[in-house]
Design a protein around this ligand. Sequence first.
Ligand code: ADP
Length: 631
Amino acid sequence: MRVFDKNIDICHLLSEAVSEGIIVVNKDQLMVSINKKAAHLFEYTHKELLGKPLTELIPDKYKKAHKEHVKKYYRDVKKENMAGGRCVHGQRKSGEEFPLNVRFNPFSIYGNTYVLVLVNDLSERVQIEKNLDIKSEALEAAQNGIIISDALEEDHPIIYANRAFKKLTGYSESEVLNRNCRFLQKDDNDQRGIKIMDNAIKAGKKCQVRVRNYKKDGTLFWNEVSINPILNQEGKITHFIGIQHDITKRVKAEEEIRHFLKIFDDSLNEIYVFDAETLRFSHVNYGAQKNTGYSSREFRKITIKDLITGISEDRLREILDPLNLNNHKKVTFETLFKRKDGTTYPVEVHLQSSTLEDKVLTVVIALDISERKNYTQKLEKTVARRTQELNEALLKEKELSDLKTKFLSMVSHEFKTPLSTILTSATLVGKYTAADQQELRTKHLNSIASGVHHLTGILNDFLSIERLEQGKEIYRLTDFSLSKVINQVIYNANMLLKTGQKINYPMNIEDVIIHQDEKIVSLVLTNLLHNAIKYSPEETEIDLQINLDENTIYFHIIDRGIGIPKKDQKHIFERYFRADNVLLTQGTGIGLNIVKSHVENLGGDISFKSEENKGSTFTVTLPFNSNGEEF
Ligand code: ADP
């Protein structure tokens, strides 16, 4: 003690000048000197510690071990540090334990051995190390890849890469350290994100970019990289921290969403989304804009009500209610949509409900069914037309069968009289054997000839029908004298006249030459004159009048006969048709039908006016070409 008293000033000066705590113990382990720092460290006053054993400052549980150390120490005093670099534990006056670093320096003064104990509080350092450990643990445990590069070194080599980075990229630590992180780009370095990142690093700024990177095995992954510069106290960038986030799944999902959005937008089907409450549109696709003529901006100003015509708002809400209440998954109906220009078109509307955040939306998919409607209408028309055609065909078939029946009855009737005349005449001819009975024989032979003619005429008519039906009739147009044909026809007709009947000749036909089918003109007039004679009583006159204009000839055959009943008039040109008032007169119902076909084939027309019991006028119009050209 005295030694220290003597040198108190020097000791004091020295011990107070150093930053460590200093305790000097004598060989009995009693503290003989304590500097301020040491006293402060253990929360004692200098006086409280002086002369006290050093073990006062050691927690009970370590005291025994300490004694062992001391013994060992004195055995081998050459060892400078009793626990150099190792953490031992001290105890403050309050009883609090704390880590400290101690070094023992023995020395001797005036034959006494002392030990200078240098004490350093490690609490703070231990705490810092603990924190650092936690932080590096955290870095290692982070899910994101983290690298630290040295900004002070050329080309910023990586000095740290965490576990996640190695897992993400497939590179080992040795393959990563001391390299610039651009190896992740492989050759794909012409990227906007990379340029932004390079510029940010040059400018010492933080940035976040999305880049294409490649794993060690070449697999591409989308990397969302955040670069953060670390500054030292002088504001100089010493490091960059790069945080890697593999967003490949997100990018793919975004691409898919974009793709679906594109499908939605580009769809030619009309898709609308509107707020179920306000009925205002929130989104409409291209197809909707194209078909309605509204732009997407204009759509924002209108509601679904403006689009659907003919449905009141109340009715619309009635339709939407089951959807909004989740009672129905889908509602489908047909309606008309009104375009911007006011025109409408039929649509099949499919409504579905959807929610976005707290909003209830209605999704409308509308199919323009104009074509379908047109098609249906067309189909309906075609079906109606075909049905009508079938009905007509059926009717014709029925008529044909009726006509056949009529024909058979007509044939059996028409053939009966001439055949019985022929039979009678032939029988009679056989009876007139005397030489002077030649006149009677001739009369009956004439009757036979006339009967045969009549039958031939009927058969010719049938053949004529056959030819006309099959389009085999050949017309021969020639220039001929009208008066010659008329004389011939009237001459033949005169032979059939009943008692007192007379045919009046047409006027002003001398020298008229027409270009027509002579045989047909003759046939037509013969037929009409024969009918006029047949269906007129005795003592009546028949007129044959002829008018001509430049290219047309008009024949009028006028009789004062039985006429045609009104109800039968519309059927008069039908084959085998015979009016009710002629059933007792011979006839086939073929003549007029043939006449009409011929006249029409030659570009002409036939008509009549008739009144029962007053008479009939048949008019035939035929074109003729005076220059002799073919029709
Ligand atoms: P058909 O005289 O051999 O019966 P047509 O075809 O010549 O056959 O005439 C058809 C029908 O038209 C006749 O059955 C008759 O009812 C009516 N008819 C034609 N010409 C006259 C006429 N001049 N007067 C009255 N009825 C006529």
